[in-house]
Design a protein around this ligand. Structure first.
Ligand SMILES: Cc1cc2nc3c(=O)[nH]c(=O)nc-3n(C[C@H](O)[C@H](O)[C@H](O)COP(=O)(O)OP(=O)(O)OC[C@H]3O[C@@H](n4cnc5c(N)ncnc54)[C@H](O)[C@@H]3O)c2cc1C
Length: 355
């Protein structure tokens, strides 16, 4: 059977590899780093539970993945804008916290072990050009960087907790977060503009969290990175399937990309196994959600007055914040009406995002 070559050992590439190997294909994954996960440095990230109906953990299992990595459900999130506070308590997990990097228990190491058990060959320290790959899963596209994140990961005695900070001084048009899970913490700021101010924003983020919380930060290490986005992802180029961030898949509002990366990796594998059209499947699954997230970015930037207090009040007024967020990730009627306006606004604000 044909050897499938996959460039990149992130969640998108590994999900494709695991499914293809289990279906009997000979799969080789090429990874430019020495180990899986080295794009990250022990960050904590959220596998969100709002863009798709149903629970992400059940869906991971449906997509052939086992939960052999740290994956902690969170139903509570506290958000502040520096002046006011909101406490969101959801009926089911709003997100699951996972670790990223080459550390034990990370998502990346968990997928690596599953891939190896399925018989995938992984060639580390080997870069593979897109034109030589069957599946391109290489992560951020250098010419499509629209977000930057910087912060620290640390060990701590703090209890498990999740906090968001929406404040243009600490994260212009973005957000900051402090996450603690199982004695491990991560505090970051994410900017969608004014990248030159990232150090000042990181300091402002830490100062605001210190004012509000009794922080215990031990052994801090720098984390962060760049995020690439596209309003119209490229799922196939010169007959190479593109998955995850390499396709441009990432939520345009907050940059959540893991769920899309895994889903696209799964769809690409299924298309090869079932001889179906990956592009059609990906358009069918992602187009509506990407249009919704484009409108969400417009609403965030256009109506995020008073440091997002009105938007937070609107979410807090909903009977269930998670249900409310879900309706705003599936192109509801309001978003359909606003989409042409949002496209013009976002296109002017971020030239290149619509390319
Ligand atoms: C600081 C930060 C915080 C984030 N937080 C969240 C979050 O909370 N929730 C969320 O859902 N998403 C989050 N994201 C986004 C998420 O990390 C990405 O969307 C996701 O990792 C994309 O997965 P991927 O498999 O497409 O790419 P990656 O995870 O980037 O994997 C790509 C892999 O390909 C390798 N590679 C690149 N080029 C080549 C080549 N030519 N040959 C061989 N190997 C190559 C890279 O080394 C890398 O290992 C965050 C991103 C950042 C930067």
């Amino acid at each position: 059977m044909k050897n499938i070559r996959i460039a990149g050992s992130g969640p998108a590439g590994m999900t494709a590899a695991i499914n293809l190997a289990r279906a009997g294909y000979a799969v080789t994954v090429y990874e430019k780093h020495r180990d899986s996960g080295q794009r990250f440095h022990g960050d904590i990230q959220g596998l969100e539970n709002w863009s798709v109906a149903g629970d992400i953990v059940e869906q991971l299992e449906e997509m052939g993945l086992a939960i052999n990595f740290h994956c902690q459900p969170f139903s509570e999130l506290k958000v502040t804008n520096g002046e006011r506070d909101w406490h969101f308590s959801c009926k089911k997990p709003a997100f699951y916290l996972v670790k990223r990097g080459d550390i034990p228990g990370s998502l990346d190491q968990g997928l690596k072990h599953q891939a190896e058990a399925a018989g995938v060959t992984i060639r580390y320290t080997t870069q593979l050009a897109a034109k030589r790959a069957d599946i391109v899963a290489t992560g951020p596209r250098p010419h499509h960087i629209f977000a930057i994140a910087r912060g620290i990961a640390f060990t701590t005695t703090m209890a498990d907790q999740a906090h968001g900070l929406v404040n243009d001084d600490a994260a212009f048009k973005g957000y900051s977060y402090l996450l603690v899970s199982g004695g491990y913490g991560c505090m970051c700021t994410v900017l969608f503009d004014r990248f030159g101010e990232i150090n000042r924003c990181q300091a402002a983020t830490e100062a605001l969290f210190r004012e509000r919380l009794d922080l215990d930060i031990r052994d801090p290490r720098p984390v962060g990175g760049l995020g690439s986005f596209a309003a119209s992802p490229v799922y196939c180029r010169e007959r190479r399937l593109r998955v995850g961030e390499a396709a441009g898949l990432q939520d345009l509002l907050w940059g959540f990309g893991m769920r899309s990366a895994i889903t696209s990796g799964y769809l690409a594998a299924r298309s090869i196994i079932d001889h179906t059209d990956y592009e059609a499947a990906a358009h069918g699954f992602f187009d509506r959600r990407l249009q919704a997230s484009l409108v969400n970015r417009y609403l965030w930037e256009r109506f995020g007055r008073d440091n997002y207090a009105r938007l937070m009040d609107r979410i807090a007024a909903a009977p269930d914040a998670l249900e409310f967020l879900h309706s705003f990730h599936n192109l509801n009627l309001l978003q359909r009406l606003l989409h042409p306006l949002a496209r013009r606004f976002v296109g002017r604000r971020y030239p290149g995002l619509l390319a």
